[in-house]
Design a protein around this ligand. Structure first.
Ligand code: FES
Length: 161
């Protein structure tokens, strides 16, 4: 989506038009674009700005504030390691460190093969099964450092099949 193709311009215009009557449509517009494309680069923010009159700075502020939105394409599998208090005290930082080591990426980054994005999350509401790791919405309970390699392998083997 580096240079916006006319089809993308049309589709984003259609998304913006969906919320014409709404008083504060920005979150809904951005959510739909995120779901449709998986990320919201600057050129898309500029287009939304020109269609809505909302300043790019405001749109950029929203996109960068909420972790649901992304400025860059995410990997096929988005790994979220919870660093909320309950998970942290049960060792989730070590789990995150292991994912970083084995995937050679930091939180917020995507692996070179485009397969994995790593995110550090705040409480995901699964404190009873801390430390929690979620991958594309599937929650892994009580994850220990020793399991990280096999979790990654599980997803790599999906690609091999
Ligand atoms: S602190 Fe991790 S799920 Fe609540």
């Amino acid at each position: 989506m580096a240079r916006l193709q006319s089809q993308a311009v049309e589709q984003i215009t259609e998304i913006v038009n969906r919320y014409k009557g709404e008083g504060t449509p920005l979150m809904m517009i951005l959510s739909d674009i995120q779901k449709e494309y998986g990320y919201i680069p600057l050129e898309v923010q500029e287009l939304v700005s020109s269609l809505t009159g909302i300043p790019v700075s405001e749109i950029y502020g929203v996109v960068t504030f909420y972790s649901f939105f992304s400025l860059t394409p995410k990997g096929k599998y988005v790994i979220g390691v919870c660093l909320g208090t309950a998970c942290y005290v049960k060792g989730s930082q070590l789990v995150l460190d292991k994912f970083e080591e084995l995937l050679s990426i930091k939180p917020g980054e995507t692996s070179a093969d485009g397969l994995f994005t790593l995110d550090a999350l705040r409480c995901v509401g699964a404190c009873a099964i801390a430390p929690a790791v979620s991958i594309n919405g599937k929650v892994y309970p009580m994850v220990q450092v020793g399991q990280v390699e096999s979790i990654i392998k599980e997803y790599r083997s999906k690609e091999a099949n």
